[in-house]
Structure formats: structure tokens, C-alpha cells
Design a binder for this molecule. Structure first.
Ligand SMILES: [Zn+2]
Length: 92
């Protein structure tokens, strides 16, 4: 990691789509944040739209799905009382 990326936080309601995908290159996905000032892959501005992991699994490419899964697991959140999705949790 040579430089630290800067992100805008994106507020998402619980249960709402919270994975932000670049609709220009379909190559970057971040959870509840978008890179600033532009997309690191295609340098598009304001190209990010929110999707659920399920939606991304539906139409995304394998690398995008992999990134989405990683982004989804990366943010630590208070554990909800009921599992929201049938996601596999890291075995730690
Ligand atoms: Zn992009």
C-alpha cells in the first residue's frame, strides 16, 4: 500500500443496499463509502450506485463479486440479533 485512499462515507439504512459499485467500470466496490475524488479504476466521478450483495452476485463478474464479499466482510458492525443474509463468516 503506497498511499492511503480517501473516502466519502455513505449512510445506508439497515436492510438497504450498502455496497457501492462503480457503474462506469463495474470494477470497484466499497461498503458504505465511495472513493474521492474519483473512481481509482476508471476515474469516473459520481459513478457509484448502491446494491445489495445479492444483487451483485446476480449480475456481477466473478472479480466484482469477490471484491463485494470482501468489502462486505471488512466493516465491523454490531452483530444483529438475527442473521440478515446467509453469508459465510470468516472462521476466526
Ligand atoms: Zn470505475
Amino acid at each position: 500500500m503506497s498511499e492511503r485512499k480517501t473516502f466519502w462515507p455513505v449512510e445506508c439504512e439497515a436492510g438497504e443496499p450498502d455496497l457501492l459499485v462503480c457503474m462506469s467500470c463495474l470494477n470497484e466496490v466499497f461498503k458504505r463509502k465511495v472513493p474521492m475524488p474519483d473512481c481509482p479504476a476508471c476515474h469516473g466521478v459520481s459513478t457509484y450506485e448502491a446494491f445489495t450483495l445479492e444483487a451483485i452476485r446476480d449480475w456481477g463478474t466473478d472479480p466484482l463479486i469477490e471484491k463485494a464479499v470482501r468489502a462486505n466482510a471488512e466493516v465491523e458492525q454490531p452483530v444483529p440479533s438475527t442473521p440478515a443474509l446467509g453469508l459465510e463468516l470468516p472462521a476466526e
